[in-house]
Write a protein that binds this ligand. Structure first.
Ligand SMILES: [Zn+2]
Length: 150
């Protein structure tokens, strides 16, 4: 396995997080700009209201290209989760064990956000646990969404 950054990501070995998004990558640039402002946004079809994550040009429901970025409540719940105990890419060793959650949102149906779960209790994360998405600054100017248990 190479140490190359995943597509759309930039390596920042000096930061608290080894892989960071390319904030200027057009398909998701509004997401990162909102994250910097501590806001959660997802694309929503301007015609039928469907949320779509990850972004795409055409709505799979109504076949219109009318997605707009809509702010949603950062309140969500754990749909599923896993604990990463082994690093398969360089620079993650110091973050292990790392709790990863699939987070869903009542106010953004259809969206699943894959992200870190912060402050995992000794008993572990439970399915349906309520979370709030927070946006810690992990490198200068880079805020990543992470789920904090309520
Ligand atoms: Zn639509």
């Amino acid at each position: 396995m190479s140490g190359a950054a995943p597509s759309g990501a930039t390596q920042h070995p000096g930061s608290d997080h080894p892989w960071l998004p390319d904030l200027n990558w057009a398909p998701v640039a509004p997401f990162w700009a909102a994250a910097r402002e501590q806001r959660l946004v997802f694309p929503r079809c301007g015609r039928c209201g469907r949320f779509q994550w990850y972004p795409q040009d055409m709505c799979p429901d109504c076949r219109v290209m009318a997605f707009e970025w809509a702010e949603v409540s950062p309140s969500g719940y754990v749909f599923s989760h896993t604990t990463l105990r082994r690093s398969f890419v360089p620079h993650f060793d110091n973050l292990l064990p790392l709790e990863i959650g699939l987070i869903k949102f009542v106010h953004a149906p259809g969206v699943t956000l894959v992200t870190n779960v912060l402050d995992t209790p000794a008993g572990g994360v439970h399915i349906d646990a309520e979370v709030t998405i927070v946006f810690p600054e992990v490198a200068p100017g880079v805020n990543l969404p992470m789920a904090r248990l309520c």
